[in-house]
Design a protein around this ligand. Structure first.
Ligand SMILES: Nc1ncnc2c1ncn2[C@@H]1O[C@H](COP(=O)(O)OP(=O)(O)OP(=O)(O)O)[C@@H](O)[C@H]1O
Ligand SMILES: O=C(O)C1=C[C@@H](O)[C@@H](O)[C@H](O)C1
Ligand SMILES: [Mg+2]
Length: 168
């Protein structure tokens, strides 16, 4: 069993929010790897970063994405940095992967850059832009579809993806 669709994109692109709307439209479960990692660890991602370091988080994430791609059958929302891992990129090959594209203006409005995102804790806007510049080639390479989310509601974006999947 594998997911119907995998959502990737930077923080604030709406993977979790659009994922929930899309799961509702398709009547399938949403599985969010960030939430699964937090539930399994009994700690927030922010605490995992602080207490164990980013490399430990990335190992947990790599294992969780590989498990989810094997076992989940609904909408799979990944953490923002997940596709950057080369093994994860291999695991995603052959999946339907949608890149939720967004610019700094919309991401900033949506996220407000609170302290829950450890990589954006210092100079959040500049850090977001740097991450997005580094990752955009990866997101574009890994994705089978790209959807522009700027100025659109999660429901409208979910409907576009459902149409892409041929199920609406
Ligand atoms: N298309 C949208 N329009 C307006 N607000 C949105 C949209 N998509 C998401 N949001 C809001 O932006 C915030 C971040 O969304 P979400 O948590 O889904 O992003 P994410 O891509 O999962 O981020 P992360 O990588 O940090 O998990 C939420 O408050 C959500 O309600
Ligand atoms: O962009 C990133 O690297 C991250 C995004 C979040 O989804 C979490 O996976 C974590 O905060 C790291
Ligand atoms: Mg999320």
């Amino acid at each position: 069993m594998s997911p119907r669709v995998v959502l990737i994109g930077p923080p604030g692109s709406g993977k979790s929010t659009v994922g929930a709307a899309l799961a509702g439209l398709l009547d399938v479960p949403l599985h969010d790897t960030d939430a699964a990692i937090e539930a399994a660890a009994g700690r927030s991602i922010s605490d995992i970063f602080i207490e164990d370091g980013e490399p430990t988080f990335r190992e947990l994430e790599r294992a969780e994405v590989a498990r989810a791609v094997e076992q989940e059958h609904g909408v799979l929302a990944l953490g923002g940095g997940a596709p950057v891992d080369p093994l994860t990129e291999q695991v995603l090959a052959g999946q339907v992967v949608v890149f939720l594209d967004v610019g700094i203006a919309d991401a900033s409005r949506r996220v407000g850059f609170d302290q829950s995102r450890p990589l954006l804790a210092v100079n959040p806007r500049a850090s977001w832009v740097r991450l997005m510049n580094e990752r955009r080639p990866v997101y574009e390479r890994v994705a089978t579809h790209r959807v522009d989310t700027a100025g659109r509601t999660p429901q409208a974006i979910a409907e576009e993806i459902a149409t892409l999947l041929g199920s609406s």
